[in-house]
Design a protein around this ligand. Sequence first.
Ligand SMILES: [Zn+2]
Length: 197
Amino acid sequence: MRLALPLEKLIDQLLKLPGIGPKTAQRLALYILKMPLEEAGQLAQAIIRARKEVFPCSNCGYLTDTDPCRICQDQSRDRAVLCIVEESSDIIAVERTGYQGRYFVLNKDFNLMEDNDLEALQLKPLIKKLESGEIEEIILALNPDIDGEIISRFLADMAVKYGVKATRLAYGIPVGGDIEFTDEITLRKALEGRKEL
Ligand SMILES: [Zn+2]
């Protein structure tokens, strides 16, 4: 027997979300059906409002509802240090460390193995910043995978051309981790990022 058409349509929409398979989509849809109508309306409104009002900051790429974003507007932050991340959600993680510099978000789902297209990265605002002479250091905080490696190398080479120092996060062995069972990429990164005692 077929599901009621509106329910089927809701499941189809939920299925488009990342990490949602058919079973989860069905469970979420049935949950939504049991919500009070007002709550379901609030969920729908929140989706529409976020989609309409949130956009990447024209200066740094962070998802914001003001342009420039609040981080770019904050005069107390260090203009000389720029942390480069893949997604806005990475900023939330770096902010927790108490970092006081600024950011540049690449906002790109890159898959260089497939399209090998560094040109697709929107780097003009970044190049403008490097040209301005106010940046002294870029910190590359990209994910430690192959794409992150290639892009970090590319951006580090670019920074050097403008006389800007490029550093990267030292990827460490997690606290409580065991050297014996640490994968080689993590261990190599930890070695590269070693600090003097
Ligand atoms: Zn910004």
